[in-house]
Design a protein around this ligand. Structure first.
Ligand code: IMP
Ligand code: MG
Length: 183
């Protein structure tokens, strides 16, 4: 495992500035609040969605919701910039989702395999409804037919980092969404 970031921060260009992210998260929270009255179980998929989920949860508070929360860790194997296609359940949720209205939160919808796996698993556990919120969507990359109900931004086919998203587990701490240059 590398202990040093693979690229210096000077190799990262800002793609979506902090202010734009926060404005959009508020907009998504308003859309979610219009659809869910009060009872919603939020399930962020770790690790990439944790920053988005934390901001979204607080934005939902300002929209009057009182969501519940649990986490699921999934891995789609491969440590580089493309995944192998195989999704594995690394850590399961603790709460029961039976009869619940669930909102799955993820960082980015690309091939659709991760979210399909999560949605099917939660549905199979008897959730009453399952909706999906993603911070980012990369169009034209879908390998499985699945759509998100709430989308923050559509990004072109570049590898993005920051705001929870990583490259080799680095750059999650960046407050903005950036693009790795010189790749
Ligand atoms: P999918 O299963 O192909 O839709 O993969 C989505 C997952 O791949 C996301 O949850 C991310 O963890 C990861 N991923 C896909 N594209 C990027 C990217 O540009 N930057 C960082 N992670 C990415
Ligand atoms: Mg992820």
């Amino acid at each position: 495992m590398p202990t040093q970031a693979p690229h210096p921060l000077s190799d990262i260009d800002v793609l979506i500035p902090v202010h734009d992210i926060h404005a959009r998260v508020k907009g998504i929270a308003q859309d979610i609040a219009a659809d869910f009255k009060d009872d919603v179980m939020i399930i962020p998929l770790l690790r990439g969605s944790f920053v988005f989920a934390a901001d979204l949860l607080r934005a939902l508070h300002y929209e009057g919701l009182q969501p519940q929360l649990d986490f699921m860790t999934l891995a789609s194997y491969g440590r580089g910039t493309s995944s192998s296609g195989e999704v594995q359940l690394v850590k399961d949720i603790v709460e029961s989702v039976e009869g619940r209205d669930v909102l799955i939160v993820d960082d980015i919808l690309e091939s659709g395999r991760t979210l399909t796996f999560a949605r099917d698993l939660i549905k199979s556990r008897g959730a009453r409804s399952v909706k999906i919120a993603v911070l980012l969507e990369k169009p034209g990359k879908r390998k499985v037919a699945i759509d998100a109900d709430y989308i923050g931004f559509v990004v072109q086919d570049k590898f993005v980092v920051g705001y929870g998203l990583d490259y080799a587990n680095f750059y999650r701490e960046l407050p903005f969404i950036g693009v790795l240059m010189n790749r």
